[in-house]
Design a binder for this molecule. Structure first.
Ligand SMILES: NC(=O)c1ccc[n+]([C@@H]2O[C@H](COP(=O)([O-])OP(=O)(O)OC[C@H]3O[C@@H](n4cnc5c(N)ncnc54)[C@H](OP(=O)(O)O)[C@@H]3O)[C@@H](O)[C@H]2O)c1
Length: 248
């Protein structure tokens, strides 16, 4: 689908990839709503783009997710694209870390990275299904294909979202709804999430560009940057892929 003239909700658009994406989507002539916990950050983005809709919302409050979709629908008078971009990453030590901390981190990561996108998709489908071509875009990661040892729950949450996205695509195909379902496997991108990490990082602008191009080309799985190579490696020589990603 062409990402022009659409009504798009981007979760977590206050910074990072979501902010770059919201900016590009606005420039392409879409209506865009972003959400996040940090209201001041959302307002700072709106100061640059008067047409942007902002919604202060914590997606870890799963009971309130239908309300987030309703707010986006009310702001834009409809919804044609949901981009599940918001995510968090904790580094955790499952050998020696304290149980209480690990429990909190595990539940938070699985809620924000897996439960919220899945439930937001469910809440959005009745609105997406009414107006012709629509899309659900889930941002996963190359780490969905091979984990790094320092962030085991993050990698598991992205692998789970990767799998969920495929199954959701099957269900939507069988339902006959005109909704395409996309999985965007991001490589390492220069954002707050990767601050202090070395290595080859894509800019958030280039990551957003690749997402838009992949959706517009109708690609179900969009392997961004070096994830394209990783995907081949995991087919041809998985042990090598696992070894490369292991120490992240
Ligand atoms: N950066 C990378 O290298 C990389 C690689 C692969 C995949 N990804 C994925 O790409 C997506 C964007 O990552 P990023 O690098 O742009 O991260 P980021 O710079 O850390 O930004 C994360 C965004 O998610 C929002 N968010 C987090 N928890 C939230 C909550 N409970 N409710 C609402 N919004 C929440 C944050 O807003 P508030 O803080 O205001 O809530 C922020 O806007 C994530 O799904 C991430 O897993 C990133």
């Amino acid at each position: 689908m062409k990402l022009v003239g659409q009504k798009i909700l981007v979760t977590g658009g206050g910074r990072g990839i979501g902010r770059a994406l919201a900016t590009q989507l606005l420039r392409q002539g879409n209506q865009v709503a972003i959400c996040g916990r940090n209201g001041a950050q959302l307002e700072a983005v709106r100061a640059e783009h008067a047409a942007l809709h902002t919604i202060v919302h914590d997606i870890s409050d799963t009971g309130a997710l239908p309300r987030l979709i309703e707010q986006a629908v009310a702001a834009m008078d409809g919804l044609s694209v949901l981009v599940n971009n918001a995510g968090i990453q904790h580094e955790c030590d499952f050998v020696a870390g304290p149980m209480a901390l690990l429990t909190t981190q595990l539940l938070e990561e699985m809620t924000i990275n897996l439960a919220a996108p899945a439930l937001l998709a469910r809440a959005a489908i009745p609105y997406l299904a009414v107006g012709g071509p629509a899309a659900i875009v889930n941002v996963t990661s190359g780490l969905a294909l091979a984990p790094k040892k320092d962030a085991p729950i993050y990698c598991a949450s992205k692998a789970a979202l990767h799998s969920f996205t495929r199954a959701l695509r099957y269900q939507i195909e069988d339902s006959g709804a005109d909704i395409s379902v996309h999985d965007v496997l991001m490589p390492m991108v220069e954002t707050d999430m990767t601050a202090g990490r070395t290595g080859n990082k894509l800019t958030a602008d280039d990551a957003a560009k690749a997402l838009i191009a992949g959706v517009e080309r109708g690609k179900a799985e969009i392997a961004v940057g070096q994830v394209g190579i990783l995907r081949w490696l995991m087919r041809l020589a998985p042990a090598v892929g696992y070894r490369i990603l292991r120490d992240g």
